[in-house]
Design a protein around this ligand. Structure first.
Ligand code: PGA
Length: 225
């Protein structure tokens, strides 16, 4: 695919991605800009609500986010799976139980959660609501990184995108808990305003993302598929 790219000259690419996509998008951009040394790139990493506002205001060429809401004049293409898992410190008492946990057991614990406006947060809340469950005790933080540190320090459990925790799984400080009705299956989409006329460089970038993004996602989660 890369050989087929025609090497459009120059241009300015403006993209935004949700925080969970941050982990692969910089590598993707590095590869893309090696092929296009003469372009300028603006990347913003924000939560779901911020991206929806940016789309509304015609700011980015395109964004990478969870499934967009209907009826906002947006068009989207499904990109990759982005499952949400329950994480705990390796030393957490629930981590040593050698069985699957019920939802009622985990919601009794304290949870470190994302801010309002986060797609991760709204997805989890919808999911818990579906099973008549809700958090009892929460601690709110604005970033996935902070949540991972807090969970690692034993402050509570978290629910995060699998794609944000590879280094901590490798080093063994965090574990994924096996919980009924988890992981929550969701996807990333490439989203733009309906009828948007993309610049040549933005068009190339979109094809590049659709074809190459899976290659930049490190994942040992074969158990899920
Ligand atoms: P967010 O991103 O939680 O930062 O909004 C994740 C998502 O919506 O997929």
């Amino acid at each position: 695919v890369m050989k087929e790219l025609k090497g459009t000259k120059g241009g300015h690419l403006i993209i935004s991605v949700v925080t969970t996509a941050n982990y692969f998008v910089t590598q993707l951009l590095a590869e893309f800009s090696r092929q296009h040394e003469d372009i300028n790139i603006t990347l913003d990493v924000s939560n779901r609500n911020t991206l929806l506002n940016q789309l509304e205001n015609h700011e980015p060429d395109m964004v990478i986010m969870g499934e967009p809401p209907k009826g906002h004049g947006l068009q989207s293409e499904r990109l990759m799976e982005n499952p949400l898992v329950v994480i705990a410190a390796a030393t957490h008492p629930l981590a040593s139980l050698k069985r699957a946990l019920c939802l009622s057991e985990i919601v009794a614990e304290r949870f470190i959660v994302r801010e309002k406006g986060s797609g991760t947060r709204s997805t989890i809340e919808r999911h818990l609501h579906k099973y008549q469950a809700s958090y009892k005790n929460t601690l709110e933080m604005r970033s996935n990184e902070t949540i991972k540190h807090a969970v690692g320090a034993g402050l509570g459990l978290g629910v995060v995108s699998m794609h944000t925790i590879q280094p901590e799984l490798d080093s063994g400080c965090l574990v994924i808990l096996e919980v009924e009705n988890f992981p929550i299956r969701r996807h990333w989409y490439v989203v733009m305003r309906k009828g948007k006329r993309l610049s040549p460089i933005a068009r190339e970038f979109k094809s590049f993302v659709m074809a190459e993004a899976p290659r930049f996602v490190r994942s040992n989660y074969t158990a899920l598929s």
